[in-house]
Design a protein around this ligand. Structure first.
Ligand code: NAP
Length: 257
């Protein structure tokens, strides 16, 4: 029987076919999970609808994660259509371009707030809204996406690294808080992948090349490899794991010199 037969999930962060969220959604759907997707703004609606045409029982809803009203509306609709919920994928991040490109010392107050609101706080808001639906299902698995720049200073990653550090701490606190309800919260720290969001990072092409040269596997990771790790962290195969940040980076993070 497929691993996730009869299970339901919601995926935040599909922008196009290269999105990490889309790769994860395909892996979850392949194993039988029924999925809801959200998109931010009309601009992305057509993209998401086109991709999801292959998943006829999916649900597609608008959601800007900075809006509590939109978050509430999403989970009300998911509750009405799915009954309960088993999984939530958070694959959303944003920082203003100028705050990524400027010297870090010049990071603006507004940019700092925005980056943390969209890239870290949203995990709290979304998980809280999902809670009653997880409780209906008797368990929940939350997965977020992060990057090594949360742990070490990575040139060009700047403000996003600070927001990811906040996201990773948020994962641990949510996991500690919600573990007694049988809700697990984990993250994948992915090596660099060429997506829309990645193109906002100055010097991203150099970053890809550097990772491929230095990582023990001597290459960059594939979307499918991130998606399969996500499948593991969402399915009962990882039932004993919570609060973890798991690297899927070809081993790059273990190298000292
Ligand atoms: P992506 O395809 O551009 O996905 C980022 C998503 O975040 C987009 O769908 C974007 O929508 C959405 N988003 C931004 N602001 C939002 C808001 N206010 N409300 C709702 N959604 C919003 O890029 P990706 O690389 O797959 O990124 C997915 C996740 O993986 C991010 O957390 C990223 O930091 C993480 N990650 C990426 C890499 C990499 O190298 N690509 C490595 C490690 C971790 P818009 O396009 O409308 O802004």
């Amino acid at each position: 029987m497929p691993l996730l037969q009869g299970k339901t999930g919601i995926v935040f962060g599909v922008a196009n076919k290269r999105s990490i969220a889309w790769a994860i959604a395909q892996a979850l759907a392949r194993e039988g999970m029924r999925l809801a997707f959200t998109y931010q703004g009309e601009r992305l609606k057509a993209n998401v609808e086109e991709l999801c045409a292959a998943l006829p029982d999916s649900l597609i809803l608008p959601c800007d994660v900075t809006s509590d009203a939109e978050i509430d509306a999403v989970f009300k609709e998911v509750g009405d259509k799915f009954g309960g919920l088993d999984a939530l994928v958070h694959s959303v991040a944003f920082a203003p371009r100028e705050d990524l490109e400027n010297d870090f010392v010049n990071t603006s107050r507004e940019g700092f707030k925005t980056a943390h609101d969209i890239s870290a706080y949203s995990l709290v808001g979304l998980t809280r809204a999902a809670l009653p639906l997880f409780e209906k299902s008797g368990s929940g698995a939350v997965l977020a996406l992060t990057y090594y720049g949360a742990e070490k200073a990575v040139e060009g990653y700047n403000l996003m690294g600070v927001a990811k550090a906040s996201l990773e701490a948020t994962i641990r606190y949510l996991a500690a808080n919600l573990g007694p309800k049988n809700i697990r919260v984990n993250a994948i720290s992915a090596g660099p992948v060429n997506t829309l969001a990645a193109r906002g990072i100055k010097g991203f092409t150099g970053m890809l090349k550097h990772h491929a040269e230095r990582a023990p596997l001597r290459r960059n990771v594939e979307l499918e490899e991130i998606a399969n790790a996500a499948l593991f962290l969402i399915s009962s195969m990882s039932a004993g794991i919570t609060g973890e940040v798991m690297f899927v980076d070809g081993g790059y993070n273990i190298i000292g010199l």
